[in-house]
Design a binder for this molecule. Sequence first.
Ligand code: GAL
Ligand code: CA
Length: 330
Amino acid sequence: MRRIPLAIILLAVFMTVSCAQEKDLKIGVAIYDFEDLFISEVRNAIVARSENDIPVTVVDAEGKQQRQNEQIEKFIEEGYDAIIVNSVDRTASGVLIEKCMQNNVPLVFFNREPVKDDMAKWDKVYYVGAKAEDSGRMAGELMASYWLSHPEADRNKDGVMQFVVIKGETGHQDTELRTEYFIETLLEKGIALEKLHEDTGSWSRREGYDVMLSFISRSGDRIEAVFANNDEMALGALEALQEKGYFKGRYMPVIGIDGTPAGKAALENGMLLATVFNDAENQGRAAYNIAKELAEGRVPDSDAVGYEIIDGRYVWIQYRPLPGLLLSEK
Ligand code: GAL
Ligand code: CA
């Protein structure tokens, strides 16, 4: 038998192993609802990041947790190496974590934060998100700066801001904390408040429109300010207000959150008072980078992932205030 140099054998073995690994690895991405605009931005960022790297398969739960459970079971059966999850019902995360733990498939949650007890069930569970309280605080600061520099905003001259809140999905950490910190920040600035109404618009423009119309029919001109928990609902509210004669001579301060392209357009045309930028691109990239490390069998560390990992399992992407024309002209 002719002898083949050892180096060549090693090279051949190395190439087979590394090719096989790259060919086999795959990441599943389970999204709560493809119709959610902000989440679509994160989804697009994940897909873009995966190009020329470990491929992703993205599935839509259409707002149904049962469907998402089945999709994740399928990922497990088909041998996916890591799963990125935007859960439908964040309180259902515990069940998903247990299932993945039994099959040793690491998980990266994003945007819909599992409760701490569930996160603690296994060490191959990560979360990428943004601190909801920061966005509420920034929205409160933006509203305060408008109110304090525009005395005419207090229409009935009672020294109190009569406001309404269009809330996001009930039970979502962003809904509860954004609303709470918005109010707290205004109070800290010494602004007296009266909340006339609050209702959920489920993150949707259509529902934000309906909710705003009902607020207007109940309180009309008594409303002096509007806080919507995201831009889509803020845009729905702007539509309703416009229909009722606002923005032709009289103004209504409306603040949203996300800084979606449509939200930014409304900042530029002067209708939206302000928004808070929710960084979809970096949330998507961070989630992918963590999933990649896990899929390749490593313990993700901040350097490899490119984002700081806190407490061994959290990556927090910063919000940023985006003041509209009325605020930046000052
Ligand atoms: C929020 C975002 C909303 C909606 C929601 C979905 O962070 O501001 O627009 O996308 O996540 O969970
Ligand atoms: Ca007032």
